[in-house]
Design a protein around this ligand. Structure first.
Ligand code: DTR
Length: 335
């Protein structure tokens, strides 16, 4: 009997010894709305690979691009209700929901996504606004500055008047500000709108020329260097709290670095996509002079006052926030 008990004990011990540290694999479901080739999804795949690597395989991230798990409209509700552990949104699709973070939709003259993505992370980390308190923010980045892509020749600010443009959020107000006719819709609805002639162009960053093949219909482009579209990647709070401390550390150590990585990627990819469009579809690109860009920004500056009123009515110290952002911008653009 004693012998049997000893053998049973040794067997159990060997079992325990062989795998006590191999904790059960953590599986995270990451939902995203645009097509897999687009920069928000390229960033998602990079984040998944980095987390898997940096946790020595303890965490496996399943990615769901193209709205295959949650689309743009249902992303926030779906993640907070646990249909996915992680989600990505373009803040411009949620007017009024982010009175603090929508400061990054304003015409503040950021020249690159790399710079604004660093500033977005630092300002959010410093202020920790109420609007994101129910989720865990794990990355913040911008698209590259928005430009004009058009089915009609556009070479000057005057050519923008009366142009039916796809846009979203404050960028739609800005398009109206320079006399265009904005049609607000998620990026994923734009291909159909172009095909049906509902819009004559797109007001977004140039990466979509290639990633959504918009260059096939939009053979003309105008560099206006208007604001970026800000994005937020966030985790369900229960999922976050369920993660072991060492995994939480990996995620937060990655956060700012990955936000800037995404900015660098989309800045370069926009340039590559423009070159690809010229090679593939003889895409014709014009650019406003620095003076014309400044004049256009002045024309649309009333959106800043309108934002201040809206955000102050929701408890945001808008003036102080704007000063902080412009100070951080000057620092970031020095780097
Ligand atoms: N147009 C903006 C931002 C944006 C730029 N590139 C992509 C690619 C996929 C989705 C969105 C974007 C927007 O609609 O958010």
């Amino acid at each position: 009997m004693k012998r049997a008990a000893a053998l049973l004990f040794l067997f159990c011990a060997s079992l325990l010894l062989s795998s006590p540290l191999e904790a059960k694999e953590i599986r995270l479901r990451f939902a995203n709305f645009p097509a897999a080739a687009t920069f928000p999804c390229i960033a998602m795949e990079r984040w998944a690979a980095e987390v898997h690597k940096r946790t020595a395989g303890a965490v496996r991230v399943e990615t769901f691009p193209g709205g295959t798990l949650l689309d743009a409209k249902n992303m926030v509700r779906g993640v907070t209700q646990g249909q996915a552990d992680i989600g990505c949104i373009s803040l411009a699709y949620h007017p009024g929901a982010y009175p603090f973070l929508s400061v990054f939709e304003l015409p503040l003259g950021f020249a690159s996504s790399e710079a604004i993505s660093a500033v977005m992370w630092d300002i959010h980390a410093a202020h920790r606004p109420k609007e994101t308190s129910k989720v865990k923010v794990i990355s913040l980045f911008g698209s590259a500055p928005a430009q004009i892509m058009s089915t009609k020749p556009v070479r000057s600010a005057a050519d923008l008047k009366g142009l039916k443009l796809r846009a979203a959020g404050t960028l739609a107000d800005i398009a109206a500000g320079f006399g265009a006719l904005p049609e607000s819709m998620p990026q994923s609805d734009t291909p159909e709108a172009l095909q049906k002639g509902l819009v004559q162009g797109v007001f977004s960053s140039f990466d979509v020329l290639q990633d959504y093949n918009f260059a096939e219909s939009c053979r003309y482009g105008l560099v206006v260097d208007m604001p970026v579209y800000p994005f937020m990647v966030f985790m369900n709070m229960k999922t976050w709290e369920s993660l072991p401390a060492d995994v939480q550390k990996v995620v937060m150590d990655l956060a700012r670095e990955h936000s800037v990585w995404t900015g660098k990627y989309v800045d370069q990819h926009g340039k590559d996509a423009t070159a690809w469009s010229t090679r593939t579809y003889n895409f014709s690109l014009a650019e406003l002079s620095a003076e014309e860009k400044a004049a256009l920004r002045q024309t649309v500056s009333p959106v800043i006052e309108a934002w201040k009123e809206r955000s102050e009515s929701k408890g945001v110290k808008a003036g102080a926030l704007l000063e902080d952002v412009l100070r951080a911008k000057a620092e970031a653009e020095k780097e």
